[in-house]
Design a binder for this molecule. Structure first.
Ligand SMILES: Cc1cc2nc3c(=O)[nH]c(=O)nc-3n(C[C@H](O)[C@H](O)[C@H](O)COP(=O)(O)OP(=O)(O)OC[C@H]3O[C@@H](n4cnc5c(N)ncnc54)[C@H](O)[C@@H]3O)c2cc1C
Length: 395
């Protein structure tokens, strides 16, 4: 079966980038978008939470989504993307699946990263695999949907970039166990060797080829898209990540490249402004060990430095609620200004990725338009900063 992408409409408004276009184009790539196959858009839910039958889940899931999941939308960048690249046809091979189908994978490993999050490793259970066309996935932030078979619902999880020694068809994810979370709880309870049904891939945002610098505001598991961006843009763009976590256990060993000095900013626990002084130095744990995500970030720093065509830089700053270190608007403003000075008129993007409250605080809520989740206007803290030359993308 041949999967064909529709044409892309491009639109841009103010500092936020209006979606819609890639939804039409990369359709399979979203819970909110049409499948990449020629299936009807109504087959996917307009909600972050998607029923596997394709029907919206109704108010119940709408309410639940206030509980801290990412909001999401497909985002198109008008600038600098050759349309020819986007109008792409994938030839399905025997062992690849239509991205609207669920494909069976086996849970081969689940390594706890903290008391709430684990890295899941999955391998194909049969001869059929999800197809990741590198010519596309190289330019988009990619996620897949996991099915909860008893409830017939699906949730999105962003792919971790591959690590050394990872099998070609193996997929890895960082999944936080939400309190009373239906799918994340189910996945954390599954015994190793269980079959899990996945579908996708889905594109959450495009990475324009001309991008030379990225600022990434990440909250919790919102770090996973940042890992993808750092991996894909190594050798092309400098990436600076400001990563907020509730607890140090989620980022043990993470040492900031630019240590924060004072605190008044976003608190991931309460989603309110806080104003506590920073009292705790960010350092490795007593055993001197990092968690796997921190290690991955460190490795990506090394890759960026050695990459071609140009050596790029990955910088990460860590903020931990329980250490009273918060991302301050002034820190963000300073970072954006210093990047702007260093990069002149180069294309620049700010990604905001994490729980809904995190995105709302920094960039304002996304909105639903014609059954698709739209970026919505730029609001929140970022709307009060001087963002000349920056594009903002809410993930
Ligand atoms: C594109 C995308 C990528 C994502 N990538 C990742 C990723 O890499 N890693 C990751 O961990 N997550 C990721 N997410 C979030 C993920 O899709 C799920 O939303 C998340 O795992 C929670 O799903 P759940 O079914 O476990 O929880 P849900 O059952 O949906 O519950 C969510 C929250 O709502 C609360 N809740 C439940 N019922 C109610 C109610 N009646 N009233 C009030 N609150 C309620 C729950 O306690 C819970 O805290 C991503 C989301 C998107 C859209």
């Amino acid at each position: 079966m041949s999967l064909t992408r529709a044409a892309l409409r491009l639109s841009k408004s103010s500092n936020t980038i209006q979606p819609g276009s890639i939804a039409a184009l990369n359709a399979p790539f979203s819970q909110t978008a049409r499948p990449l196959t020629d299936k009807n858009p109504e087959e996917t839910s307009p909600k972050q939470s998607t029923s596997t039958s394709g029907e919206p889940n109704g108010r119940r899931d709408e309410k639940k989504n206030q509980g801290g999941s990412y909001t999401r939308v497909l985002t198109a960048f008008g600038v600098g993307i050759p349309l020819g690249w986007l109008v792409h046809t994938i030839n399905a091979r025997n062992r690849t699946a239509d991205s609207a189908d669920f494909i069976k994978y086996t849970l081969v490993d689940r390594t706890p990263i903290s008391s709430t999050s684990s890295i899941f490793s999955l391998k194909p259970a049969t001869g059929t695999v999800l197809e990741f066309d590198e010519s596309i996935t190289q330019h988009v932030i990619t996620s897949v949907q996991f099915k909860q078979p008893q409830l017939q619902i699906a949730r999105s999880y962003t792919l971790l970039p591959p690590v050394e020694g990872q099998d070609k068809d193996e997929l890895r994810f960082l999944i936080r166990k939400e309190q009373k979370g239906e799918v994340s709880g189910y996945l954390h309870r599954l015994p190793l060797g269980s079959e899990i049904e996945l579908r996708g891939p889905f594109a959450d945002a495009l990475l324009p080829e001309r991008t030379q610098t990225v600022a990434f505001l990440a909250g919790g598991t919102g770090i996973v898209p940042a890992l993808q961006v750092a991996d894909k843009l190594a050798g092309h763009a400098d990436v600076h990540v400001l990563w907020s976590n509730r607890k140090r256990e989620d980022c043990i060993g993470g040492v900031s490249d630019t240590p924060p000095t004072t605190a008044k900013g976003w608190n991931i626990s309460s989603w309110v402004k806080s104003s506590s002084p920073i009292t705790t130095a960010i350092s490795k744990d007593v055993n001197g060990s990092n968690n796997a995500v921190v290690d991955h970030l460190e490795k990506l720093k090394g890759v960026a430095q050695k990459s071609e065509p140009r050596k790029s830089a990955l910088k990460v700053d860590y903020y931990v609620d329980e250490e009273s270190t918060f991302v301050r608007p002034a820190d963000v403003e300073k970072l954006l200004q210093s990047i702007s000075q260093a990069h002149g008129s180069a294309d620049r993007i700010i990604f905001v990725s994490g729980p809904e409250g995190f995105i709302n605080y920094w960039a304002g809520p996304k909105q639903w338009v014609d059954g698709h989740e739209d970026q919505g206007p730029l609001r929140g803290i970022l709307s009060t900063l001087n963002l000349q030359g920056w594009q903002v993308v809410k993930l």
